[in-house]
Design a binder for this molecule. Structure first.
Ligand code: HDE
Length: 699
């Protein structure tokens, strides 16, 4: 059992005996614990090394010093080659109903039964120390600790992928990572090597549309969807198989930042999303997702106009709707980042009876990679014994030894069949995992099936499914990224692909870049279809819930601000499930109102919040007129399309920031009639899209 000193422990970190990895040798609860070496020898002095005389040289004999420094020297392990930066949380999963119709997986049978999970969210391209808000895909990996073994659903927040075959993965990742001679740019795709590769890989076009959309600049990890990407199989007790695609839907809805916001967030708080997840769980605002499946049979698969084994294709929900099957709640922060979030080892091959793979060539390659990578990352084949990776059910086999073996298997017998250990583990044809007998064998060949050849139709489908602001953002993202590319031939090649995806898209990007008429002519293997119905479910804005739940509103206050007004707003927001943070020019108690600010203005730019309110006193507002951070606070909130509430004293500040007090544009007087209600109703929109045309070119 893990026990923390209660004074420093976070609220969410209540000791939990049942949590996976909840065993450590540092378990004593008594006060006055003695500091020891790793051998358990009590340490008398942790401040001074052993020296020959007080001013003399340090002695090699000092085993306490040497052990401590040696351990420190080796504290880092290689970071993940992809998805290096991540944030984790514990939680549970609970099915809505018995799913025996589809699967015999034990954890999907009983709606009363919960299964522990550990989730790790990540960015893909950046290193472990990079920022949280680059334009990047987010990893969404879930480990279910089921009683039949661990099941890992290792997905992303985008339902398709860049490539169709695992053999291209090292090329893709080498192209997007820092360029090898100069070691920049960090955590960004806006450079020549990425676009060189992408523009030579027509199969990446669909994913590129998602990557250039608002999906890759999410508001928080609590606001992302998750997807298993590949088609999997569920297999029931009768051996019948159903194809499935897995979908996670956040209960708070999907929300994104604007690009300018994401860029500024990187400077204002590099840990923005990690902190948000941690604080939400710590405050008891547990993030929640619904797990759904798109379930279909072989006949339906054959009728689709693409191949279900092609990971660059999605099945529109309008064709095969989502069936919700359960919910996941994240309710416990890790107690130790390294032991849990860093050492957790996900692997799509961690599967349980009742779930199975398909021959998707990307998935097949992954089945090798994830096991293999743990050898260098975690140092050997025994990583399954690290507490966070350990199954909660018994594991028994004849694998032995290796680096860092923790188990101490007794006896002479380490082989099977044997007659010397009749009670030892044996295979079990009834309970054991049996692969679905997929009849998909053919001649040995290296080729891409014809059915994978249409690379543009779903890219076009995505474009046509977006609302006008989302289309504008895609145009801006392509413009930004391709403008960073230095090699003109890469830009013109990419513009050629955009023309194919949708002539309007190509034209708008070319116009914004000042390169009209320069696009290459690209001849596709299969021309894009023109008859696909848009899929509204792909739009974020189109289906955004109107809510402030889980959002943070910042209130700018000064000495003499009206504490009553703050209190009223706080109560109204609380009722809606939103948080309020007080921002002031100083962090100590304010004069004249007893308010205690949460954050100091210089460290709390408005980019950190979902909506803002300025309630300075008149004298306070006068002082703020000379503080650039205060003017920027309002100007950025306006530019980032956030609801802005204000009192009469704020008027000169708004004037200086160039903001008209127009309620239709989401700038709401709080001291007016229904001011607070009006402000909250506006904040529920998340972004005031009507304002967009006032603050940036409509590309
Ligand atoms: Fe991964 N991927 N990947 N990937 N991936 C890794 O495994 C790989 C792919 C995903 O939080 C690595 O333990 C190959 C698709 C997530 O620990 C590595 C291919 C999807 C995470 C690896 C893919 C993912 C990883 C690096 C193409 C979405 C983070 C460290 C064939 C469905 C898991 C590690 C965590 C991590 C290989 C493509 C998701 C190297 C070879 C598609 C969320 O094994």
């Amino acid at each position: 059992m893990i026990v923390r000193k209660s004074k420093t422990a976070s609220k969410s970190q209540a000791p939990s005996e049942a949590r996976p990895g909840g065993e450590t040798h540092q378990t004593t609860t008594s006060a006055n614990q003695t500091l020891t070496t790793n051998q358990g020898v009590a340490i008398s002095d942790n401040q001074n090394s052993l020296k020959s005389g007080a001013r003399g040289p340090t002695l090699l004999e000092d085993f306490v010093l040497r052990e401590k420094i040696q351990h420190f020297d080796h504290e880092r392990i290689p970071e993940r080659i992809v998805h290096a930066r991540g944030s984790g949380a514990h939680g549970y999963f609970q099915p809505f109903k018995n799913l025996s119709k589809f699967t015999k997986a034990e954890f999907l049978q009983d709606p009363k039964k919960t299964t522990k999970v550990f989730v790790r969210f990540s960015t893909v391209a950046g290193g472990a120390g990079s920022v949280d808000t680059p334009r990047d895909v987010r990893g969404f990996a879930v480990k279910f600790y089921t009683e039949e073994g661990n099941f890992d659903l290792v997905g992303n927040n985008i339902p398709v992928f860049f490539i169709q075959d695992a053999i291209k993965f090292p090329d893709l990742i080498h192209s997007v990572k820092m360029e090898p001679d100069r070691a920049f740019p960090q955590a960004g795709s806006a450079h020549d090597t990425f676009w060189d590769f992408a523009s030579l890989m027509p199969e990446s076009m669909h994913m590129l549309m998602w990557a250039m959309s608002d999906r890759t600049i999410p508001r928080s990890l609590r606001h992302i969807e998750g997807f298993g990407v590949h088609t999997f199989r569920l297999v029931n007790a009768q051996g019948e198989s159903t194809f499935v695609k897995f979908h996670w839907r956040p209960s708070l809805g999907v929300a994104s930042t604007l690009w300018d916001e994401a860029v500024k967030l990187a400077g204002a708080d590099p840990d923005y999303q990690r902190r948000d997840l941690w604080e939400a769980i710590d405050n008891g605002d547990y993030p929640e997702w619904t797990l759904s499946i798109q379930a279909f049979d072989q006949k339906t698969a054959d009728e689709l106009d693409f191949d279900i084994l092609d990971p660059t294709k999605l099945i529109p929900e309008e064709i095969i709707p989502l069936t919700p099957i359960g919910r996941m709640v994240l309710n416990e922060n890790p107690v130790n980042f390294f032991a849990e979030t860093e050492q957790v080892a996900f692997h799509p091959g961690h599967i349980v009876p009742g779930i199975d793979f398909t021959p998707d060539p990307l998935l097949q390659g992954r089945l090798h990679s994830y096991l293999d990578t743990q050898l260098s990352r975690l140092g050997g084949p025994n990583f399954h014994e690290i507490p966070i990776n350990k199954p909660v059910c018994p594991m028994r086999n004849f694998q032995r030894d290796g680096h860092m073996r923790m188990a101490v298997p007794p006896g002479r017998v380490a082989y099977e069949p044997n007659s010397l250990d009749p009670n030892g583990p044996r295979e079990n044809p009834t309970r054991g995992f049996a692969s679905f007998p997929d009849p998909n064998a053919g001649p040995k060949t290296r080729e891409r099936p014809e059915s994978f050849a249409d690379h543009y139709s779903q890219a076009r489908l995505f474009w046509r499914s977006m609302t006008p602001p989302e289309q504008g953002h895609i145009v801006s993202a392509f413009t930004f990224e391709l403008s960073k590319v230095e090699t003109p031939a890469i830009r013109t090649r990419m513009l050629g692909h955009l023309d194919l995806i949708e002539p309007e898209l190509g034209k708008r990007v070319a116009t914004a870049m000042g390169m009209v008429g320069e696009a290459d002519k690209i001849t596709p293997a299969v021309p894009p279809r023109d008859d696909l119905d848009p899929s509204p479910a792909l739009s974020i804005i189109g289906k955004a819930p109107k809510t402030v739940q889980g959002r943070t509103v910042a209130v700018l206050v000064t000495d003499g601000s009206d504490a009553n007004a703050v209190q009223k707003l706080r109560q109204a927001l609380k009722k809606e499930g939103a948080n309020l943070k007080l921002v002031a020019p100083k962090v100590g108690k304010l004069e004249g109102n007893g308010l205690v600010p949460d954050m100091q203005l210089d460290g709390a730019p408005s980019v950190l919040f979902d909506a803002v309110v300025a309630l300075p006193s008149e004298a306070g507002a006068k002082e703020l007129l000379g503080v650039a951070a205060a003017i920027d606070w309002l100007r950025d909130a306006f530019g980032h399309l956030k609801a802005i509430g204000f009192n009469a004293a704020t008027n000169p500040l708004l004037d200086k920031a160039g903001i008209d007090t127009d309620a239709a544009m989401g700038v709401i007087a709080l001291d007016g009639k229904n001011g607070i209600e009006g402000f909250i109703a506006t904040a529920k929109k998340h972004k005031i899209w009507e304002r967009d045309k006032l603050v940036r070119p409509q590309r």
